[in-house]
Ligand binder design. Structure first.
Ligand code: FCB
Length: 454
């Protein structure tokens, strides 16, 4: 109890420091993604993967998930009660375009209604176009490696954005892709996610295609009426690499290389149009896409921050070992490492000079004994970076409710709100109220300037 009271007062402190100078340029929010919450998924690679024996650790699937497709109003009510002012969702490509060139207008209508329901509650929508899941028809043509992937993605992006950036939805904040490098690593350098292969050449092709798709689609979106006014970004999982031993030159060198391959080259490519991507052992892709001078490929960088990787050079294939650091762990087994966030923010701003949105940060914590402290510690790191001039424009907690956590299934509990999967009842956890106190301690009555501009 004492511990709880102590956390709470710390939250007030952090809240107050934000409140003093940042209430009108900082978006607090929560994030989720279509497949993980909607239920009744369309024909996709992940729908199939969850039905393949042995792929999901707890043998669950996303058939019902949290039934967000039908219960979104209840969740937006809770977000409004929590006190956030933005809500990040993703739209499901496999619903919107179930076969090549066949558009399901009902699905688009449904998303439009969902966004209107957000707006009614004062929630600013942030919409991700692709969050890991591919329609089966793309997956069967080669998925991310399919030569036409960037072109098909661009056509889909144009369709969705023209509809949802217009009235009544008026979505302004877009993310093309979520964690492209994470998706490639989990699907092409591990058996965990589809397609579940270990092949650095295929991984390189897939990553290059995801980068092309961001660039082509952004160029096309800028040409839409009002396209220059959209806020286009993407979410990158910036997990910094730390040498397993500071005293080992080999570990330090390899940490630097991993940092370049995974973080620097990727963000350089998507922000400049000069593509440079390559995993060890594969021929690198270098390509230059011409970007007109006045066109920005990114208005902001979304960073999903969950911790760091320790990296060590070893003397047998694949010659590197990645592991978690020694600190306390979440239910996912991920090290809790808030102090890694500040250097990431400083680095990202020094290199890209763009506003930064923390597009995800969260903890699987079924007992809810660490969540409040976790949020508070990360928010402090953000505050530290902001006080030194790094323009962090928002913080989105992952996630409002528990949801389907990919290969781990329904077991990990990331929610501020517990889901009882038998009844779909929503039960706010103590951390929900603690986070809400922080949010409510800001000066009232001011919406962020991002909302006001709409
Ligand atoms: C991120 C993903 C998100 C969720 C969280 C826990 O890497 O973007 O979908 O699974 O991890």
């Amino acid at each position: 109890m004492l511990l709880k009271a102590c956390h709470l007062s710390l939250l007030f402190l952090v809240g107050a420091s934000f409140g003093a100078n940042a209430s009108d340029d900082f978006m607090w929010g929560v994030a989720n993604s279509a497949f993980q919450v909607e239920g009744n998924p369309g024909a996709s690679d992940w729908t199939r993967w969850t039905k393949t024996q042995g792929k999901i650790h707890d043998a669950s699937n996303a058939d019902r998930a949290t039934d967000f497709w039908n219960r979104y109003e209840e969740d937006f009510d809770m977000a409004a009660t929590l006190g956030v002012e933005s809500f990040r969702i993703s739209v499901a490509w496999e619903r919107i375009e179930p076969a090549p060139g066949r558009w399901d207008e009902d699905a688009l209508d449904h998303y439009e209604k969902m966004i209107e329901a957000m707006r009614k509650r004062g929630l600013e929508p942030i919409v991700t176009l692709h969050h890991f899941v591919l329609p089966t028809w793309i997956a069967d043509r080669g998925g991310l490696e399919f030569k036409e992937f960037p072109r098909y993605f661009t056509r889909y992006a144009l369709k969705v954005v023209s509809r949802l950036s217009a009235r009544p939805a008026r979505v302004k904040w877009w993310m093309t892709f979520n964690e492209s490098m994470g998706q490639v690593a989990a699907g092409y350098l591990s058996p965990l996610w589809p397609p579940g292969v270990f092949d650095t050449t295929r991984a390189t092709q897939a990553a290059a295609n995801l980068i092309r798709a961001h660039i082509y689609s952004t160029l096309a979106l800028r040409n839409l009426k009002g396209g220059q006014g959209l806020r286009i970004g993407l979410a990158h999982n910036w997990r910094p690499f730390y040498a397993a031993s500071k005293f080992s030159l080999a570990d330090r060198v390899i940490a630097g290389q991993a940092e370049s391959i995974y973080n620097k080259n990727y963000l350089d490519s998507v922000s400049t149009g000069k593509i440079k991507v390559g995993f060890p052992g594969a021929r690198a892709v270098r390509e230059k896409i011409k970007i007109p001078k006045d066109v920005k490929l990114l208005d902001y960088v979304g960073i999903n921050y969950y911790g760091r990787y320790m990296i060590q050079m070893i003397f047998k294939s694949p010659f590197v070992r990645l592991f978690e650091g020694p600190g306390p762990k979440t239910d996912m087994g991920w090290e809790i490492f808030p102090q890694g966030l500040y250097p990431v923010l400083k680095k990202a701003y020094a290199r890209y000079k763009l506003p930064i949105l923390i597009s995800e940060n969260g903890i699987a914590d079924e007992k809810d004994s660490r969540r409040t402290d976790f949020i508070e510690k990360h928010v402090r790191e953000i505050h530290r970076a902001r006080s030194e001039g790094v323009p962090v424009i928002g913080y989105l907690y992952w996630s409002l409710t528990d949801n389907f956590e990919w290969a781990e299934g329904l077991k990990p509990r990331f929610g501020l709100v517990e889901i009882d999967y038998k009844t779909q009842a929503r039960l706010p956890r103590p951390s929900f109220y603690a986070f809400s106190k922080l949010l409510r301690s800001r000066p009232q009555g001011k919406m962020s300037s991002h909302n006001a501009q709409n």
